[in-house]
Design a protein around this ligand. Structure first.
Ligand code: PLP
Length: 234
């Protein structure tokens, strides 16, 4: 199957899941996760209308971007764990960081984006499964509150919602309680009407479980394998 056919098939599945959930599919963004994909495969997706892309490593993307500068309407998001020493480069290269997992990182990104006179959209990554090997802030930790309360001060950052990668289960249904938990957390934060914190976005769902995520309220599914095929490296 070509990238074009895969994209069409994924969109069709998004529409089906939205219909089942009684949701409008224009509220659900499809992010093509292009990590490990060479520039020409990204171009192929762009050529058939894909605009939103997710990359998980700053260095890898920095090596590809020069070959992609003519894709003017492409929107690049960082979705992987970020070390604070790469905040400056990240603010230059990306429109959004969907994996902000500490206040320290948020502060570095704010300073970097502010220095460039740029706004950076951000999502807070939540470790819904409490897995030691995963990044993200624990849902009930004081660190989450501190970060939310710091938002008005971080003027170059636009807080837009939450993101998660749930524990892996073979059966996509296994992810449902975690997706639901993220939605409930989002609703709880939204009801506090905190200053400078919008909670419109829920980035959740990947190739094997995005339909379940949509049923649980996802506004952005991050799909790699189902679009580009199996990755050869991590
Ligand atoms: C790789 C990756 C994805 C996409 O995973 P697939 O299973 O290939 O769809 C989504 N989100 C994050 C954070 C990733 O690192």
């Amino acid at each position: 199957m070509s990238i074009s056919e895969n994209l069409a098939a994924v969109r069709e599945r998004i529409n089906g899941a939205a219909r089942r959930a009684g949701r409008s599919s224009d509220k659900i963004a499809l992010m093509a996760v292009s990590k490990t994909q060479p520039a020409e495969r990204i171009r192929e997706a762009y050529a058939v209308g894909q605009r939103l892309f997710g990359e998980n490593r700053v260095q890898e993307f920095a090596g590809k971007i020069t070959a992609l500068l003519d894709l003017r309407d492409a929107e690049w998001h960082l979705i992987g764990h970020l070390q604070t020493n790469k905040a400056a480069r990240t603010a230059e290269l990306f429109r959004a960081v969907d994996s902000v997992d500490s206040q320290k990182l948020a502060e570095k990104l704010d300073a970097a984006a502010g220095g460039l006179g740029k706004k950076l959209n951000v999502l807070i990554e939540i470790n819904v499964g409490g897995e030691a090997a995963k990044s993200g802030i624990a849902p009930d930790s004081p660190a989450l509150d501190e970060l939310l309360l710091a938002a008005p001060r971080l003027e170059a950052l636009v807080f837009r919602g939450l993101m998660t990668v749930p524990p892996f289960t073979d059966d996509p249904e296994g992810a449902r309680p975690y997706f639901r938990k993220l939605r409930e957390l989002r609703d709880a934060i939204a009801s506090r009407k905190l200053s400078a914190v919008a909670m419109d976005h829920l980035s959740m769902g990947m190739s094997h479980d995005f339909e379940v995520a949509i049923e649980e309220g996802s506004t952005c599914v991050r799909v790699g394998t189902a679009i580009f095929g199996a990755r050869t490296k991590a």
